[in-house]
Write a protein that binds this ligand. Structure first.
Ligand SMILES: Nc1ncnc2c1ncn2[C@@H]1O[C@H](COP(=O)(O)OP(=O)(O)O)[C@@H](O)[C@H]1O
Ligand SMILES: [Mg+2]
Length: 403
């Protein structure tokens, strides 16, 4: 890969380390982000301020710098842009159709239905009339979501038509396409998978529990536990669904992020993203099985083979990630006056990585969105549950004073 040029679409906090990693591997990095202050722009060899919704603008940057490959890390909205740029310049990519099916929740559900993949009952809508009809089809409790958003923006659990009417406009406003999807709400254990699609084959790398808080934050992954706490037939079924859904959506070469629910009716697909997820999932995979997703993604973006040494799990290390969130998480709510040192957290038993994004003056609110996660602790142990206890205990060692 040495000497080649790669374009990162989106260059915020979550892209900074992957950009540095690309440079370590000998690549020249061009990056675009709409914000001139984006941390990744400064880290890149060439950083340009371009809003990636301006696809022509991104294509122009890619041409001018003669990039050999294009990718994004964590940003779901950049996935169709990356595919379009790659297609336009004749670079390796997942294709615009697959990118659409793996980012637009309505297109995704239709494809999964065609392939016989188990999923919640669903219906699409674009205004109050069609939303009421969708609610008739789906029933309550339901989940309302924008067709093309992420990070739990515009996501609501609905108990009634009143809830639908109260929240529809927010969900619609989060959708660039002006569409929402209503789905039946299902209780159950949520699982996150990482599946590597390589030459058309889907290889499951990890499957972990994604625990969520009660209440309005019901969609936020605030704890990850590896390995998942399911066994036997359920585990086999979850792996089958994760790989089947990845193939059904047409991903031949890329990293898939299937999100599943283990319910009384079987293992259902929530969604499958076509990217390295945010929320420290690449760290989870690295600590848990020794696979470097960023390196894999870079090779795929450049059209290089991903050899078994890079692709296959090297070991299985139980771990847990505890995100720093407000109650019932370890953080207090209120305006941050002082943030204590991270050292005691890093020195706690089993801790392999920890970080906080907190800043003095900011207000910590009860957890509702992905963005309410204000840092994390990753701990390893001989078992997943012991790792969780360690991560919980370590997270409580961070002293936060609020007003
Ligand atoms: N049908 C559903 N039943 C139960 N929980 C759901 C359902 N759909 C979504 N959720 C919860 O909301 C979260 C976010 O939904 P998702 O469709 O993945 O949207 P986003 O793009 O915001 O990640 C899921 O990870 C899950 O915790
Ligand atoms: Mg999701």
């Amino acid at each position: 890969m040495r000497g080649k040029t790669v374009l990162f679409v989106g260059a915020g906090r979550h892209q900074r380390r992957p950009i540095a990693r690309a440079q370590e591997l000998g690549l020249r990095v061009v990056a675009v982000d709409r914000s001139a202050d984006a941390l990744g722009l400064k880290a890149a060899d060439v950083g340009e301020v371009v809003d990636f919704r301006d696809v022509e603008g991104v294509i122009e940057v890619a041409r001018r710098h003669r990039v050999d490959g294009v990718l994004t890390v964590s940003a779901d909205r950049a996935v169709p842009v990356v595919a379009a740029v790659a297609q336009e310049l004749g670079l390796p990519g997942i294709g615009t159709e697959v990118a659409h099916a793996m980012t637009n929740k309505i297109a995704m559900r239709r494809r999964l239905a065609d392939a016989g993949v188990q999923q919640p009952r669903f219906a699409a809508a674009r205004d109050l009339r069609t939303a009421r009809a969708a609610a008739e089809t789906v029933g309550f409790p339901a989940v309302l979501k924008p067709a093309d958003s992420g990070g739990q923006r515009g996501l609501f659990r609905l108990e009634s038509v009143d809830d639908l009417e109260a929240n529809l406009h927010v969900a619609l406003s989060e959708s660039a396409a002006g569409e929402v999807v209503l789905e039946r709400f299902h209780d159950g254990l949520e699982l996150n998978g990482i599946v590597l699609a390589r030459n058309g084959e889907a290889l499951p790398l990890t499957l972990s529990d994604r625990l969520r808080p009660p209440g309005v934050g019901f969609g936020v992954g605030w704890i990850h536990v590896y390995p998942a706490t399911i066994y036997g037939d359920t585990l086999a079924e979850a792996e089958r669904v994760a790989t089947h859904a990845t193939r059904a959506l047409g991903l031949r070469d890329g990293i898939a992020f299937p999100q599943l629910l283990v319910t009384d009716e079987g293992v259902l697909v929530i969604e499958v993203a076509a990217r390295i997820p945010g929320g420290q999932m690449a760290d989870l995979v690295r600590h848990a099985v020794g696979v470097e997703l960023v390196e894999v993604a870079l090779r795929q973006a450049l059209g290089e083979e991903v050899p078994d040494e890079l692709a296959l799990p090297q070991f299985q290390q139980p771990l847990a990630i505890r995100f720093l969130t407000a109650s019932p998480g370890p953080l207090p709510t209120g305006r941050v006056v002082r943030i204590g040192p991270l050292e005691p957290v890093l020195a706690a038993p089993g801790v392999v990585q920890a970080e906080t994004y907190l800043e003095a003056g900011e207000t910590i609110r009860p957890v509702r969105l992905d963005a309410d996660r204000r840092g994390y602790v990753i701990a390893v142990a001989d078992t997943n549950l012991e790792a969780l206890e360690r991560a919980e205990a370590a997270a409580r060692l961070l002293e936060i004073i609020v007003a």
